[in-house]
Write a protein that binds this ligand. Structure first.
Ligand SMILES: *[C@@H]1O[C@H](CO)[C@@H](O)[C@H](O)[C@H]1NC(C)=O
Ligand SMILES: *[C@@H]1O[C@H](CO)[C@@H](O)[C@H](O)[C@H]1NC(C)=O
Ligand SMILES: *[C@@H]1O[C@H](CO)[C@@H](O)[C@H](O)[C@H]1NC(C)=O
Ligand SMILES: *[C@@H]1O[C@H](CO)[C@@H](O)[C@H](O)[C@H]1NC(C)=O
Ligand SMILES: *[C@@H]1O[C@H](CO)[C@@H](O)[C@H](O)[C@H]1NC(C)=O
Length: 306
């Protein structure tokens, strides 16, 4: 008998006698997907049936945007806040109502943004003064998550953790599958924050923008420009849909991309379906567009880091 078979034999006895769940403690997943089985199942925004358990599918924000930035500097280089070489950075995971409108800062009891500004109706959102959201992630033992965020979720003109706090407070609080109510009595404070960051990263990893463009010979350059259609064709060829491309400088400098999706199930665990953008590009359809090289001292090769 091999060592492995002997070990498996040892394990099999208690597993059979007591059942698997007493042998290994199964983690609780949130939302409770067993309860979601009792709900009708469909892609978000695609069925007018009222979703009674809003923990099972994002509603009304069922048009999901996975967004990224192409920045050339951070402004906090002197503090070691650098961009990841050969990669766009993560911006966020946003809920849009199925019609293009959206809500922001939906739960002030989970407001961690130090300068949230105002609601569209002019009402003031209470600024946050407590500890960094990074401390909450660390309290869950998720140093792996923090490590990834420090590599790929990079702010410009401010510290990264303030950007993460902003994204959660503005967008995740308006995404029903992250509601505190979805955690039931087992809710541990800030679990929703950790879960949202995991979900945003999972969505981000579906879209390796830098590589998708590079395979079409579209690489950052300060010598040559590209056409909007070149970017669009490259990204559409790998996602099946047209993302939104955002440009500055009167439509001539590429800065961001938004990928649109409907989701089957939850943003945490579900399946995303790519859709064409519902927002017109702000990049010029005719002028040459700069996809700038970064300042060399503003980036680092994060793949070499632990
Ligand atoms: C999840 O939902 C199912 C079905 O409603 C229920 O039986 C189960 O107790 C719930 N689990 C938790 C951890 O709340
Ligand atoms: C919406 O979902 C319900 C319940 O699953 C189903 O009966 C109905 O056919 C669906 N409607 C559409 C338009 O898909
Ligand atoms: C911006 O671009 C438009 C269209 O390409 C052009 O007509 C206009 O002159 C530009 N404005 C500036 C300030 O460069
Ligand atoms: C987007 O552009 C198209 C074609 O130029 C135009 O017909 C449409 O109205 C624009 N949509 C929005 C929301 O601006
Ligand atoms: C390329 O141009 C951008 C925008 O002007 C600038 O910030 C960046 O430093 C330049 N990069 C290199 C490598 O020259």
């Amino acid at each position: 008998m091999s060592k492995f078979a002997a070990l498996a034999g040892l394990l099999a006895v208690p597993a059979l006698a007591q059942g698997l769940s007493s042998l290994v403690k199964l983690p609780n997943t949130f939302p409770n997907l067993t309860a979601c089985l009792e709900q009708p199942s469909f892609f978000s925004c695609e069925n007018t049936t009222v979703i009674e358990n809003t923990c099972c599918s994002p509603t009304p924000g069922g048009l999901v945007l996975s967004t990224q930035f192409w920045d050339t500097y951070t402004g906090l280089e002197h503090q070691g806040q650098l961009l990841p070489k050969n990669s766009w950075t993560l911006h966020g995971l946003w809920p849009d109502n199925c019609d293009g409108s959206y809500a922001s800062y939906c739960d002030y009891s989970r407001q961690y943004d130090p300068s949230p500004g105002k609601q569209p109706d002019g009402s003031v959102i209470p600024p946050y003064k407590g500890p960094s959201v990074a401390t909450f992630i660390a309290e869950f033992g998720r140093l792996d998550l923090l490590n990834f965020m420090n590599k790929y979720w990079i702010n410009q003109g401010g510290p990264n953790d303030v950007f993460w706090a902003h994204e959660f407070s503005k967008h995740a609080t308006c995404t029903s599958t992250f509601d505190v109510a979805c955690y039931g009595p087992d809710y541990k404070k800030h679990q929703d924050l950790v879960d949202f960051y995991d979900a945003a990263i999972r969505a981000y990893k579906q879209y390796p923008t830098f590589d998708m463009l590079a395979t079409f010979g579209i690489i950052p350059s300060n010598k040559t420009t590209y056409k909007l259609s070149q970017f669009q064709n490259a990204l559409k060829s790998q996602t099946g849909a047209l993302p939104y491309l955002g440009c500055g400088n009167n439509g001539t400098v590429l800065q961001e991309v938004w990928y649109f999706q409907h989701v089957w199930g939850t943003e945490q665990f579900g399946h995303y379906k790519n859709l064409d953008s519902v927002t017109n590009s702000t990049c010029s359809p005719t002028a040459g567009i700069w996809y700038h090289e970064r300042t060399s001292t503003s980036e680092r090769d994060v793949r070499l880091l632990p």
